[in-house]
Design a protein around this ligand. Structure first.
Ligand SMILES: Cc1cc2nc3c(=O)[nH]c(=O)nc-3n(C[C@H](O)[C@H](O)[C@H](O)COP(=O)(O)O)c2cc1C
Length: 311
């Protein structure tokens, strides 16, 4: 590794990332779909699409729609289920991804589902850690999201913690009433890192058709409009916990990533921008490198949490 790139090296949650830029969950599938399109090994890491115990068909089409401020999606966490991921996706990752770190994104319908997926994948090759998506509905609690109830959040993280010694990231929703408190609960229950933020609920209407733009109706808003929301969430979580943070939401350029880093993130993840332009994450890495060179920053870690909040 050159000295130039070492300014971007990040140690977080027991893993070394060659740079702080990850592909966000749901935008890289399980890596294979991007083979030949994105140089995955030039990134800090990839977060896979969600994995649930059983296959999920997902939501009806259309699953994504654009609007001025970003994108709305209702994919419904479609995925082939943990057995298929173990059988055909992880071996591909093990063989083809050498330098990028791989986090498997985990979802469930019940508290137990999370530990089931984590323990099933734990011995697999090709992954370095897990990211628990606690923004999805708990079917046994009337569809309330796992992260929104302190006891449920604690149970999900404790269950997953007991199932693995690998790094555990917990991804929180920007709609939580108290995201700092949720982060504290997750860390106390064994999380090694917090990812913020997931999408925010929204509705886009096609007025000529007088229908929702998405097949499912409502969806999750991502992209540029989510950026200030995610940066503030990062700042709040940074005030509450000392574990590393992955900043996610609306990152399109190196400077957007720097906002998250200055707010307190050690790592960043790129979703919507990578769907629009698969080369965006690589470009963001080189923009970060250029910024550090221009500002004589020898290690990007020096910038984490460095924002002055008042002028
Ligand atoms: C099409 C699509 C699929 C997604 N799937 C997942 C998922 O499986 N698990 C998850 O935790 N987040 C998922 N997300 C949320 C993203 O990982 C990210 O948190 C969010 O989109 C905000 O980042 P962005 O503005 O860079 O897209 C998905 C987002 C999109 C747009």
């Amino acid at each position: 590794m050159s000295t130039r790139s070492s300014a971007l090296t990040v140690d977080a949650a027991g893993l070394t990332f060659q740079n702080p830029v990850l592909l966000a969950a749901g935008t890289a599938a399980y890596g294979r779909e991007l083979d030949g399109v994105v140089a995955l090994d030039s990134l800090g890491g990839i977060v896979t699409k969600a994995v649930s115990p059983l296959p999920r068909a997902g939501a009806p089409a259309p699953r994504v729609a654009e609007f001025d401020g970003g994108m709305i999606n209702a994919v419904g966490l479609a995925n082939p289920g943990v057995e298929e991921v173990l059988r055909s996706e992880l071996p591909w990752l093990a063989e083809h991804v050498r330098r990028a770190r791989v986090l498997v994104n985990v979802v469930g319908d019940t508290v137990e589902d999370y530990a089931t997926v984590v323990s099933r994948l734990d011995d697999g090759a090709g992954l370095h850690g897990f990211e628990l998506n606690v923004s999805c509905p708990n079917v046994r609690a009337g569809g309330m999201e796992f992260g929104a109830d302190p006891r449920t959040l604690e149970a999900v993280v404790r269950g997953a913690r007991a199932a693995t010694r690998r790094p555990l990231f917990v991804k929180l929703s920007p709609t939580l009433a108290d995201i700092a408190q949720a982060a504290r609960i997750a860390v106390d229950a064994g999380a090694d890192a917090i990812s913020v933020v997931n999408t925010i609920p929204g509705l886009v209407i096609d007025v000529d058709a007088r229908r929702a733009a998405l097949g499912f109706g409502r969806g999750g808003v991502s992209g540029a409009g989510l950026r200030p929301v995610g940066v503030l969430a990062t700042y709040k979580v940074r005030q509450a916990v000392r574990v590393p943070i992955v900043g996610v939401g609306g990152i399109e350029r190196g400077e957007d990533a720097l906002q998250y880093i200055m707010a307190g993130a050690s790592l960043v993840a790129v979703g919507t921008a990578a769907l629009r332009d698969p080369r965006a994450p690589e470009r963001i890495v080189s923009e970060l490198r250029g910024w550090c060179e221009r500002h004589a920053v020898s290690s990007i870690a020096q910038l984490v949490g460095s924002v002055e909040m008042t002028r």
